[in-house]
Design a protein around this ligand. Structure first.
Ligand code: CTP
Length: 402
């Protein structure tokens, strides 16, 4: 179940050319299962129509015309009291200023004043306006009052100027919304370290030994942990995937670098989810120059790469809960159980990658969970997001009842 399912999101849209991006955001939120009520300010209506939003949310979009209707006094209070989150995207300098000072001169600002839910602001304004001391002071006041901010980003504005003030892209706004909604989840106050991707062991300056891990399972775990309110450090090799909003990314390449990052980050962490596919072998020596064809076929001698989980098992940095992953092509449960024991894990997710619908490069996994106390649980075929959510739920239970 997505964190957006059954959530009631109020989306405020103010008068900025970036208002068109809010339609995409409203669509994403609706598709993720949220009930989205949109409020447009009079200035927003100059850029985009209520019909645009009604068409993507399937619900009436509100304007100031509703403020002066028969149910007006109920409307703003009702919207503000039932919402799980009020997000204003784009939020102009003018609306920021009104919110900072408690002005209530349109349906959106009145609703914001009546709202008792978290408020997330995504500023959008021309370069210079955001840096202006008046706007900066308003941002400070609102932050101090506990409002959340998403952006603004840097880049080219509609005016042609380049600077800070761009509305974040809808996909990033969506990530910030998840982050705020998850804040008080089951893992709030916990630090979770996640590793992802396949390590790259250099042979020479241009060649590496690597594996076919996509990183998808690790990134899904990081997202699920964030959805549950955790502070997440994501130690990843280059995967080409976008890290979830809110994850603190540490980029590494080799098993050695991943080991050092894991030991450093796990001190003080509550759990490690070791989803990375770490090299077992690495070239014994790395050529300083590119190996040339004219010098003949090289004989590559391999050496053992560090076993990160084994090293962590005996270190002072070991967090309370350590979760490993076993990708096997045969004797799945026996092999996974042996790894659980040898690496002193609390939980191992055993994945049969010989099946065509599970493992590397596909979007689904067929996972059995094995616990240190001998329990086991076979999960049905699930996509990697669902597997991640299931594992995070089990992890939360382990942390709550050790
Ligand atoms: N792992 C690790 N360090 C390594 C290799 C693996 O920490 N050098 C971790 C993986 O991230 C995973 C778990 O150990 O969580 C099991 O990985 P797997 O590759 O299945 O196990 P190996 O120890 O490599 O055993 P084998 O080669 O016998 O399959």
């Amino acid at each position: 179940m997505s964190i957006l399912s059954d959530k009631h999101i109020l989306l405020g849209v103010t008068g900025s050319i970036a208002a068109y991006k809010a339609a995409d955001l409203a669509s994403r939120l609706t598709q993720a299962g949220a009930r989205v009520d949109v409020i447009l300010t009079p200035a927003a209506e100059k850029f985009i129509t209520p019909l645009t939003f009604q068409s993507v949310t399937g619900r009436k979009a509100f304007t100031d015309a509703d403020l002066w209707g028969g149910e007006a006094h109920v409307l703003h209070v009702g919207l503000g009291h039932t919402a799980d989150l009020l997000v204003i995207a784009p939020c102009t300098a003018n609306t920021l200023a009104k919110l900072a000072h408690g002005a209530a001169d349109n349906l959106l600002t009145i609703t914001a004043l009546a709202a008792r839910c978290p408020i997330l602001l995504a500023p959008a304004m021309d370069a210079g306006m955001y840096e202006h001391p008046a706007t900066q002071e308003n941002v400070r006041i609102l932050r101090e009052r506990g409002l959340f901010f998403a952006g603004p980003g840097e880049g080219r504005m509609a005016s042609g100027l380049v600077g800070r003030g761009r509305l974040l892209e809808p996909v990033e706004l969506y990530g910030h919304i998840r982050l705020v909604l998850g804040k008080n989840g089951r893992l709030a106050g916990r630090k979770i370290v996640v590793t992802a991707g396949g390590t790259q062991e250099p042979l020479d300056p241009v060649r590496v030994l690597t594996n076919r891990s996509s990183g998808k399972q690790g990134y899904a775990l990081a997202q699920a942990a964030l959805d549950a309110g955790a502070e997440v450090v994501l130690i990843s090799t280059p995967t080409g995937l976008t890290p979830p909003v809110g994850a603190d990314l540490r980029q590494v390449h080799t098993a050695e670098q991943m080991l050092n990052a894991v030991l450093a980050e796990c001190a003080g962490a509550d759990a490690l989810l070791m989803a990375a596919a770490v090299a077992d072998f690495r070239p014994k020596s790395v050529a300083g120059e590119k190996l040339k064809k004219r010098d003949g076929i090289p004989q590559v001698e391999l050496d053992a790469a560090p076993d990160i989980l084994a090293a962590l098992a005996d270190s002072d940095s070991r967090p309370r809960c350590v979760v490993g992953f076993a990708a096997e092509t045969r004797d799945l449960l026996e092999n996974a159980a042996a790894k659980l024991k040898a690496k002193k894990l609390d939980l191992i997710a055993a994945n049969d990658i010989s099946a065509p619908d599970a493992g590397f490069g596909v979007d689904t996994n067929r996972v059995t969970l094995l616990y240190a106390d001998g329990r086991s649980e076979a999960l049905p075929l699930m996509n990697k997001t669902e597997v991640a959510e299931a594992i995070i739920e089990r992890l939360a239970a382990l942390l709550e009842h050790p």
